[in-house]
Design a protein around this ligand. Structure first.
Ligand SMILES: [Ca+2]
Length: 119
């Protein structure tokens, strides 16, 4: 199951009962599963029904939900640069697949700090 997990279609990676578990029994989820679900929920809170973040949505999400880890976005240039970095298909919106590298990058930076403290 795990061989080729990176190239498998996203749906195939999930356990067959995952949908039920995600929506009905959050208390049974592990801390990591809760964290992953929280990422999905936060993305959808800011992208709303369109499931894609516009530039203003991305700024709000970062400034409201990540301000303890990364600097708040104050200026237009920083937002433009970050947005253009994430918007891989250049449709001027950030879908979930384009959003995840931001989470990965910040989480990876947290890991670097953690390693500095604990090793
Ligand atoms: Ca895009």
């Amino acid at each position: 199951m795990f061989a080729g997990v990176v190239s498998a279609s996203r749906k195939d990676v999930l356990y067959s009962g995952a949908k039920t578990r995600i929506f009905s029994s959050r208390t049974m989820l592990s801390d990591l599963e809760k964290a992953m679900l929280t990422i999905v929920q936060i993305f959808h809170k800011y992208s709303r029904h369109k499931c894609k973040l516009k530039k203003a949505d991305l700024k709000l999400l970062i400034n409201n939900e990540m301000s303890q880890f990364i600097m708040k976005i104050q200026d237009r240039d920083t937002l433009d640069m970050l947005f253009s970095d994430l918007d891989q298909n250049r449709d001027r919106e950030i879908d979930f697949q384009e959003f995840i590298p931001l989470i990965a990058m910040v989480t990876s930076a947290c890991n670097d700090l953690f390693m500095g403290v604990h090793h």
